[in-house]
Structures are given as C-alpha cells and as structure tokens.
Design a protein around this ligand. Structure first.
Ligand code: C2E
Ligand code: MG
Ligand code: MG
Length: 605
C-alpha cells in the first residue's frame, strides 16, 4: 500500500499537479510535506516550460522578421528553422528544407570548411564566419556568408544559428561604413581585421592557459592571376577554401591588412611554423593562368603581456624578414628582428639630416686595366659616419634612402661631388662611375642632374659612367633617358650584372656600354669549375656584344691571376685597392697602387 501510495505520489503530480486525489492520498499516508515540495517543483517546471516555449517562439519570430536569411540547425545539422528571407535569396521555400540535412545543398568543396572541425562545439554563443557556395532552387550556386553562432548550450535555442548573407555579387558599390561595421571580409567571407583584433584581444586573455600563435601569410600573384575582370575574387575564394582545408581543429583563418591572410594557430610557435610551412607549400600547387601563387610567412607567439597590435607588428616583422630571405620562406619573430627594425628606424630618421651635418662623403675605388696596367676609372662609393653608430654601410642605408624622395637629393649630391672631385685630379683621362638608384632614375630628373653636375664641374661627359642595375632597363622611360645621356657622351654600365634576368636577347639594342660582373660569381671560383665557366661565359657575352666587362670584388692575387688567365682585362677589388678617400685621390694615390710595380716597361702607369 505504501509502495502504491509512493508510486502514485510520484506519478500524479507530473500528470495532475494539485489534484484532489493526491491531496487526499497525501494526508492519508502522512506524506504531506513531500507532496507539497513535489508540487512546487512541478509548478516551477511548468512555468519554465512555458517561459521556454515563449522564449523560443520570440526567438523564432525575431529570426523570421530578419532581413537576412536565418537558418537554425540541430545537433545533426538538420534544418529546424529557415526564415522567409531565404526564399528571396535561394528561391527555396523555408518549409521545403525543414527536417532535411543542409549538406546536400552545399558545394562539395565547401562542406569541410562549413561542417568540419570548425563547427565543433564552441564556447557559448561564440561566432564563426564561414563562406560556402549554396545551390539555389534554379540550380545556380550562390556564395553565402554565414555568421554561425553556437547556441547549442543556450536553453532558449539549443541549436546552431546561421545568419546568412548573399555575397555572390559583392565587392562594388558596398557602403564603406557598413563594410567597416561588418566583421567579415566581403570577398572571402573570412573574419576581417576588426574581427581579428577582437579575437586577438579575447585570445590574449586565455593564452596563459593554452598557447596560441599567429601566422601572417603574404600571397603574391593574386592580382595578376588572370586578366579577366572580377576573377581575382574567384582566386581569393579558391585560396580561402584551400587554406581552410589545410588548417587543423581550432586554427582560425582571417584576413589581415594589404590582402594578407592571418591564422591563429591553436598551439606553440613551433606548431605555427609547421602550419605556416604547410600553407606556403600548398599555395605553390594552386595554378592560375599566370602561374602558381607564391607565399611567404611570418610567425610569432601570443602572450598575456603582448597586446594584439604588438603581436601583429611582430608577425609583420617576421614576415618582412621572411620576404627578404626569399619567396616561400617562413620566419619566426625574435628580438633581434625588433633590434634590427629599431636600428633601421633610427637610421632612416638620422639619414634625412646627414648630408646637412656633413656626415656623408665619397670614397673612390680604382678600376684597373690589367693589360695596360693603369687605373682607367674610379667608382664613387657613398660613405656615412653616424655620430653614435659609427660607419654605416651603403648596403644598409642606401635602401633606406630609396624608400623616400631623399634618394633623389642624395643622388644629385653624389653626382656633383663625384664629378667635381675627379675633375680636380691631374689625370685628364681618369673617369668616374656613379651608382644611381632606381627611384632616382625614375624620378625623371636624372638627365638634368647629370647635366648640372657636368656643367658645374667642367668634367667632360666622356669621363662620366652611370651605373644602373639590370631591372632598370625594363622601364621604357628609363631606357629613353639613358639614351639621352649616351647622346651627351656619358657611358652606361650595368652593375651587378648576372644577378637579374640576364640574357643575350635583352642586352641587344639596349643603351649600355659596359658590364660589371657581380662579385658573387667569384665565390669559391678557385675551386668551383662551374663558377669559372660562368666567369668565362660572361666575358664571352661581353665580347660578342662588344661590351667591356669589369670584374668586381677581386680580393686576392690568386683570383686576379685566374681571371687574367681567362682573358679578363678590367678588374676592381681589394687585390688592387680598397676605396680611397677623396684626399688620397687628389694626392694621386691611385697611381701608386701595387700593379704599377709590376707594370712592364714602357706602359704608362
Ligand atoms: P656596388 O656598386 O656593386 O659597389 C661595389 C661594392 O663592392 C662596394 O661596396 C665596394 O666597397 C665593394 N668591394 C670592392 N672591392 C671588393 C672586394 O675585393 N671584396 C669585397 N668583399 N667587396 C669589395 P660598398 O661601398 O659597401 O657599396 C655597396 C653598394 O652600395 C654598392 O654596390 C652600391 O650598390 C651601393 N652604393 C654605394 N654608393 C652608392 C651611391 O652613391 N648611390 C647609390 N645609389 N648606391 C650606392
Ligand atoms: Mg656599383
Ligand atoms: Mg656591383
């Protein structure tokens, strides 16, 4: 009887809470306190169920009235709700999809990105942005970008909620303010920089518990991938899809500045290096009509005391370092990179006033004719003595000057100084070679600067050589200016010859008088037969085209002997003389460099 009573007490409230039978039984069995408690629980459950129903109904009403399509998926990724706005975009009636899995209408290539590890349970309410091609009722693919909120832990919803946008024809005419507000990159649908900053800030708070690292991926070749208008966007989408496929579980892909991609890697810096290397090599397999894409990556770790801006700057520094090492490189940030960056910034600022403060000067390195045993010319080389950092190499500061219009001012000064110094020597046959930078040449002022330097120094044009690099010859305007200079009698030398895109074909018909073989050809030349073959080949090339070849960087007597035996005639390097100060040049030191001692009788020194 007691058992029966207890069973009844347990069942009746569920069915008939507060039922008179229950009350009578409770009194009868002396179980009034228990029954009262159960009744209260029951009431509360009913209230909650009512709340939940109202809350879910409210949620669905809100979703229904949303302008953008909203789709709700259950745990098995079946559609439990689709808002009416979906009909406008996909031409599918919301009711048509109810109870069906979403997967069949998603493009096979995009399924992994949409449903894979990316949609594994996330922290409550956290969003992810996913892009996928969805088949519309007319059979066409529409590119949909979905902001996915994981509300599976939310009792009001208990589902995945996808706020969708049709981004098929986006890109033009988009209100920039709206774009700014949006968290997604309109072309790829990936989180944009704003979303990235937010995410970085959120991750920074948890990074002490589990490490996270950042990969910054710079991709070349997207812009020129195809000449068809609008296809750049397609390339970016393919790229996004490929990159997404290479990522692991919780790795998070976003867009960075200047078209870079950013990955937040769930792991250490070493893990991020592995991921970055995989992404870089994957891109090499994406063929576009213009050839494969190329990528380079910078990697850094996140830490609780590094704010998101600093983390991105570090990744950027690592990326710059990787870019200078060559396409396909992956570099990790370290403090040495920061120190190098600080030094670059200091030098760039100080260089601006270096000329005025008298910290710059020219040195002159002889170029020797080993047949006639005489110095035929000197190359003017810029020198900077920094008041605190000491001597700074032009290899370090000239590129910095080239990043600003300062190079034009410096170049003009070098031309004047070089011409006037050499004009003051007693040898009226000695020529001077001046290096000019690409920016200076492209400024369009080279011809007027050269004319002004020649006029003010009274140096004959035939005694001036302008040294350019191979790539400058590609520019038609530059070639025209060089032709004008040749018309004046100035000679043009191709510096560091052999490091660019040297070929017989491009040299023919170019305004060039001399080739300066790059010093890299001399590395291990004594032991490496292939290098020797190259040295011979360049001499042969010069002979064929009637262009004298100067060999730079000849540092030892042994290399000098080897080159001389090969038939090379013009040589510049430490084997003869280091660059001389202007005073040494004026004093005629270049006449007494060692070769004079071995000059055969009768040959003018
Ligand atoms: P560059 O024009 O190829 O100059 C030759 C470089 O080789 C010079 O370095 C010279 O000191 C160095 N060199 C000469 N003989 C030897 C040798 O036997 N062994 C070795 N290891 N090196 C030798 P520097 O003076 O440091 O200049 C480096 C580069 O900076 C120059 O390469 C040139 O590209 C640039 N530069 C120098 N002065 C100027 C300038 O006035 N204007 C511009 N735009 N660039 C300049
Ligand atoms: Mg040079
Ligand atoms: Mg050179």
């Amino acid at each position: 009887m007691l058992c029966f009573g207890l069973a009844l007490v347990a069942v009746v409230p569920v069915l008939l809470p507060g039922h008179p039978l229950l009350r009578a039984l409770s009194v009868l069995l002396g179980l009034a306190p228990i029954t009262a408690a159960l009744t209260a629980v029951c009431r509360r459950q009913q209230l909650l169920a009512g709340d939940l129903r109202r809350s879910q109904a409210a949620f669905r009403t809100l979703a229904k009235s949303s302008v953008d399509p909203v789709v709700i998926l259950d745990e098995q990724l079946r559609v439990t709700f689709a808002s009416p706005a979906l009909a406008g975009v996909l031409g599918r009636e919301p009711g048509e999809m109810l109870g069906l899995p979403l997967e069949p209408v998603i493009h096979p290539d995009d399924r992994a990105g949409l449903f894979g590890a990316n949609l594994q349970r996330r922290e409550n309410g956290e969003f992810a942005v996913r892009t996928a091609r969805v088949r519309a009722a007319d059979g066409q693919w529409r590119l949909m970008q979905a902001t996915v909120r994981d509300l599976r832990n939310d009792p009001d919803v208990g589902a995945l909620v996808l706020h969708c946008r049709d981004v098929t024809s986006r890109g033009r005419g988009v209100d920039p303010e709206l774009l700014e507000l949006s968290l997604a990159d309109p072309v790829t649908g990936l989180p944009n920089r704003t979303a990235l900053s937010r995410r970085l800030a959120a991750v920074q708070r948890t990074v002490a518990a589990s490490p996270v690292a950042l990969v910054l991926l710079s991709i070349d070749g997207v812009a020129g991938a195809t000449s068809r208008p609008g296809t750049e966007e397609t390339v970016l989408r393919v790229l996004t899809s490929r990159l997404s496929r290479e990522l692991r579980g919780e790795d998070w892909l976003a867009r960075g500045k200047d078209g870079d991609f950013v990955v937040l890697v769930d792991g250490t810096v070493s893990d991020a290096e592995v991921v970055a290397t995989r992404l870089v090599s994957t891109l090499g397999y994406i063929a576009t009509p213009a050839g494969p894409l190329t990528a380079t990556a910078g990697v850094t770790g996140l830490a609780a005391d590094i704010d998101p801006g600093e983390a991105l700057r570090r990744a950027d520094l690592a990326l710059s370092s990787a870019c200078s090492a060559g396409v396909g490189s992956v570099h990790r940030y370290d403090d040495a990179l920061r120190n190098a960056q600080d030094r670059r910034s200091t030098l760039a600022v100080d260089l601006a006033g270096a000329l005025e403060r008298g910290e710059l000067r020219l040195a002159f390195q002889p170029v020797v004719d080993v047949v006639l045993h005489r110095t035929v010319s000197v190359e003017a080389l810029l020198r900077w003595r920094h008041p605190e950092l000491g001597d700074v190499s032009p290899q370090e500061f000239v590129p910095l000057a080239e990043e600003s219009p300062l190079i034009t001012e410096l170049g003009r000064w070098v031309l004047r100084e070089a011409c006037s110094t050499v004009a003051r020597t007693t040898d009226d046959e000695l020529s001077v070679a001046v290096n000019v930078s690409a920016r200076q040449v492209r400024s369009g002022q080279l011809v007027s600067d050269v004319v002004a330097a020649l006029e003010s120094s009274a140096l004959p044009a035939s005694r001036l050589i302008v040294e350019i690099t191979e790539s400058m010859l590609l520019d038609e305007h530059v070639a025209a200016d060089l032709e004008t200079l040749r018309g004046l009698g100035v000679r043009i030398a191709v510096d560091d010859f052999g490091t660019g895109w040297s070929s017989l074909a491009y040299l023919v018909g170019m305004p060039v008088d001399l080739l300066k073989m790059d010093q890299h050809f001399l590395a291990h030349v004594e032991t490496d037969p292939q290098r020797r073959a190259l040295c011979r080949a360049i001499l042969q090339l010069g002979t064929t085209l009637n262009l004298p070849v100067i060999v730079e960087g000849v540092a030892t007597p042994a290399v000098l002997a080897l080159l001389r035996d090969m038939g090379h005639r013009f040589v510049q390097g430490y084997a003869f003389s280091r660059p001389l100060e202007a005073e040494q040049l004026a004093a005629g030191v270049w006449r007494t460099v060692p070769y004079v001692a071995s000059a055969p009788p009768g040959v003018p020194a």
